[in-house]
Design a protein around this ligand. Sequence first.
Ligand code: SF4
Ligand code: SF4
Ligand code: FES
Length: 355
Amino acid sequence: MGTKRNFRIWRGDADGGELTDYAVEVNEGEVVLDVIHRLQATDAPDLACRWNCKAGKCGSCSMEINGMPKLGCMTRMSTFEEDETVTVTPLRTFPVIRDLVTDVSFNYEKARETPAFAPPADLAPGDYRMQQVDVERSQEFRKCIECFLCQNVCHVIRDHDENKPAFSGPRYFIRAAELDMHPLDAKTDRKEYAQSEQGLGFCNITKCCTEVCPEHIKITDNGIIPMKERVVDRRYDPLVWLGSKIFRRGQVPQTSVTSEHSPGAVRSNAAGGGLHSHAGGSHDPAAETQAQQGVNWHREVPHPTAPAVDASGKLPLTELTFDRAAAPSPFGDDVTFPLPPEHLNFAHPDQDQKH
Ligand code: SF4
Ligand code: SF4
Ligand code: FES
């Protein structure tokens, strides 16, 4: 039998809420997520909380515990004093849906805007070679579990919603850094892109993102600072500047993002009409509004089919048939974003029931 401990949990939704006090049993070895599950089983069955793995690997259970962004499943109750009241609140940077669940779609918008890995077009799959040292350099960044704690803690957007359109955040700076270090990535403008399109210039290296990362990724020291240094090298070295003017190298093509968000520019979200994707070339406001209204449960969707195996019962090695292995979009090259609702392929178990 455990002991009763005091908790204050934020309860509410987008219209407002308040901290509610609970006394919950806590047993040896438990983490904060265990306590939330016990609360759901006892005093607060309608308490909303997002989680999946309970092993620090899915990045779903991000929350603020005593004001510190943390994973609920990785925060041991033994780290608090016996008589301490533990306060649990939702991530502050993202809009609350309900209780501890926030709408983190800002991050997926930014992921979609980040250009994918692009190997050289003439490189056949069997010719891919990387030195171990190159693998190790970017391996650190690939540990990211997309918990968005770093995005949540970053002051550039934490209290400044208006910066969100022009700032991708630390999670996507390390994605740019990782691809910039990749010897097979044919795009040579990753750091320039980070500066002009992702808002790297907003970051003033406070290192808060590094401090909260549960994967201990050195976001600032190994990702952001080296990229900033190389941007400075390229932009302010007089010889490099002169060479780029003469040979017209290292120039990022101007896109809608560049022209709308020049470095350091702040644009009001209200003027932009909320979240807006720049990827995929779709800028149809009607389609975007429709997509943001949610899923159309009544649309026709293909029913699950068996895997496309060949006569010997094996999956085809489709990668060998691509002209650019690993490069094509997983959605298909003819797909643009945002997808219209009737094309969303999420199949709800009750979708066949007419409401
Ligand atoms: S170091 Fe930069 S990206 Fe990280 S929290 Fe600070 S301002 Fe944000
Ligand atoms: S970099 Fe770290 S804190 Fe940021 S999303 Fe990835 S795992 Fe989470
Ligand atoms: S539940 Fe998966 S990281 Fe916490």
